[in-house]
Write a protein of this length. Structure first.
Length: 257
């Protein structure tokens, strides 16, 4: 039998657990029985080998299937807001940055403290966000942490870095790669898809809603759920993302007036 075609990522300076976290996230997402994830063929300190995915042009039908599968992945749940993949006790990452773990019952406290503020502080330190921008984001975080925006949804099983580059369209359907998997609010994954322009997003949402309908008013909460990915990008990708983060915070605050 021939070995499957593979893709290897290596990083000599990888911190402990870097690729192990990726492998654990892929396995945890796959175990939900929703969206497929790339099979891990080998993982060791500083290296991960995964199957190669042959990509095709996405279709509307494939997008609706992806939406339905993503809904099933989310509905598989997580232990708490901020919890790591089941059975994994090591550090977590988003891109090359640490991703704090948590064990919170309330989403707002977790989201403000662990998904926005750590990256805002970096963006401030490196000069990627203005004083006024940081103030707006902190005001938004205070409102989020207050619990006023919490709902009764349980923690969902998130990919955590669900931009279009991590969504591979194959002949057999979507395959996900490079997760920052954790327990969170499902609208955060969907907001990240919207932020970076995923193909056939309307059809993805249509398929999703058929399986796991979103709470009313979700469209008005997109800016709220984009604060996390924008904060991560503001920390390391220039002042343009700092401005985008400020605008999202201001939009979120205006929607709550």
């Amino acid at each position: 039998m021939t070995s499957p075609v593979s893709f290897t990522k290596e990083r000599a300076d990888a911190p402990a657990g870097f690729f192990e976290a990726e492998a654990a996230g892929l396995a945890w997402l796959a175990s939900a029985g929703g969206v497929a994830t790339a099979q891990v063929l080998r993982v060791a300190p500083g290296v991960i080998e995964i199957e190669h995915i042959d990509e095709v042009v996405p279709s509307s039908a494939a997008a609706r299937r992806f939406g339905a599968q993503l809904a099933r992945t989310h509905s598989a749940g997580a232990d708490s807001f901020g919890s790591p993949p089941e059975g994994y006790a090591g550090p977590m990452f988003i891109g090359r940055r640490p991703l704090p773990a948590a064990d919170e019952e309330q989403w707002g406290v977790f989201y403000a403290r662990d998904r926005i503020l750590p990256y805002l502080e970096i963006a401030e330190r490196v000069g990627n966000i203005s004083v006024a921008g940081a103030s707006a984001v902190r005001e938004a975080c205070a409102l989020i942490a207050s619990g006023d925006l919490d709902d009764d949804e349980p923690p969902s099983r998130l990919h955590g870095d669900l931009w279009n580059g991590n969504v591979l369209w194959s002949e057999g359907g979507v395959v996900l790669i490079d997760p920052a998997a954790h327990g969170g609010h499902r609208e955060t994954d969907l907001a990240m898809l919207a932020l970076f322009g995923c193909a056939h997003l309307d059809e993805i949402l249509e398929g999703y809603e058929r399986v796991y309908p979103l709470r009313a008013g979700w469209e008005d909460r997109v800016a709220l759920h984009q604060l996390h990915p924008l904060a991560v990008h503001a920390a390391g990708h220039g002042p343009g993302y700092g401005l985008a983060l400020q605008r999202a915070a201001e939009q979120m605050l205006a929607s709550e007036e």
